[in-house]
Design a protein around this ligand. Structure first.
Ligand code: CMC
Length: 377
């Protein structure tokens, strides 16, 4: 039977089942394959969580060792991919580089159009292994710095930071980065994941689906918000006159709301009482503020959050604490959303494989409200 009601933005529409993650807005909880994300962030490496998302269970020591070996052996940029990245202007957004890189990796893949579970699992691990080098190298080339080769004696997060900054990061920085990757890894039928599932539903290939997902993530209403948060902080800081930080933040916010602007890093389609991932990321932000001795950034964070709560009663989402965490670590602001890509590759590809298990072409209807039928003279 045709449902003729319009579901703008598909809000509140249940599209399919998933076993990968469960978002419960009533209890502000998020489970990956049944495990609370906070527990995973506290006790697991990102490699273990990636394995969990793809396989449904955490790895045994033996399985993890095999998985890690496979991942570490595929970390280096191929000369062909490096040449493509070098050909892109440094004026383009780093998300354009990510999107292009995924596409190139697809074209290079020996089993590009093979969609067996084994082939898709191998492609997923390859993408997971390769994205850090893409993101790290792109930030470096924009700064006029040379490529830093990956190290296979470092875990995923340590190696990511190593390739970006060319030095080993402090353990607390590695830990905060690992937490951010885990929190960003998966979030059910969000816009980019759904994009990936739509593309997969046509029986297109995994890299095409991920390329589309990267495009969806780029927008500021989705992944682009972590970058936008930092722009907000910069605007508040540079426009600051007399008075304390709370006054500057409130003044900036009042002007932005009067202009009907959306405040990036706040609000969520599903969580209306707070994003389940924020307390964990905020705890990491507090550690980073202390580590880098940047109490000023912590104060600005709190000031804007309070002002937004007072005026709109809208709470922060994950992008709000993640943006300043990445800033403190030394990432350039436009690199923040590519970091989200590196994490979400896991969730996207898990969904792509799940979509193929019981595929049905995703093809909704539209209610036509254009001109009545008419004819050429
Ligand atoms: N700033 C100002 N007002 C807001 C915001 C915000 N960030 N979020 C919601 N509102 C207001 C909105 O203006 C509307 O007010 P009114 O009813 O008076 O028109 C009301 O709250 C409902 O908002 P909505 O836009 O209908 O809610 P939605 O569920 O469609 O939007 C959202 C969810 C995430 C698109 C929106 O909250 C937003 O634009 N937030 C800023 C962008 C952002 O931080 N995105 C990251 C989302 S979470 C992580 C991720 O997926 O990447």
């Amino acid at each position: 039977m045709t449902d003729t009601n319009i579901h703008k933005g598909l809000a509140g529409v249940m599209v399919d089942t998933t076993r990968i993650s469960k978002v419960n807005p009533d209890t502000n909880s998020l489970l990956y394959r049944g495990y609370p994300v906070q527990e995973l962030a506290a006790k697991c490496s990102f490699e273990e969580v990636a394995y969990l998302l793809w396989n449904g269970e955490l790895p045994t020591d033996e399985q993890l060792a095999e998985f890690v070996e496979g991942e570490r052996s595929q970390r280096a940029l191929t000369p062909e991919l490096k040449a493509v990245i070098d050909a892109l202007p440094v004026t383009c957004h780093p998300m354009d580089v990510c999107r292009t890189a995924v596409s190139v990796l697809g074209a290079q893949h020996p089993q590009a159009d093979e969609s067996s579970v084994l082939a898709n699992m191998q492609k997923s691990v390859s993408l997971f292994a390769a994205m850090p080098a893409v993101v790290a190298y792109d930030q470096r080339r924009r700064r006029g710095e040379d490529l830093v080769e990956p190290r296979d004696d470092l875990d995923y997060s340590s190696n990511f930071l190593w390739m970006t900054f060319g030095e080993e990061a402090a353990p607390e920085v590695v830990e905060a980065f690992n937490v951010s990757m885990i929190l960003y890894a998966e979030h059910s039928f969000n816009a980019s994941t759904f994009t990936g599932r739509v593309i997969t539903s046509t029986l297109s290939d995994l890299h095409s689906a991920v390329t589309g997902a990267v495009g969806a993530l780029k927008g500021p209403l989705h992944g682009g918000a972590n970058e936008a948060v930092m722009h907000t902080f910069e605007e508040i800081t540079t426009s600051a006159g007399e008075g304390d930080v709370a006054e500057h933040a409130a003044g900036w916010l009042d002007a932005a709301l009067a202009d009907k602007k959306k405040i990036m890093g706040f609000g969520h389609r599903v969580y209306k009482n707070g994003d389940s991932r924020v307390p964990t990321m905020k705890a990491s932000l507090d550690k980073m503020v202390k580590h880098y001795d940047r109490a000023d950034l912590g104060e600005l964070y709190t000031a804007l959050e309070s002002a937004m709560g007072e005026r709109k009663n809208i709470l922060p989402n994950l992008d709000y604490p993640a943006g300043p965490v990445y800033h403190l670590m030394g990432f350039d602001t436009p690199t923040f959303t590519p970091l989200f890509v590196a994490a979400r590759i896991t969730g996207w590809t898990a969904h792509i494989m799940e979509q193929l298990e019981a595929n049905s072409l995703i093809r909704p209807l539209s209610a036509y409200d254009g001109p009545e039928e008419r004819h050429l003279a």
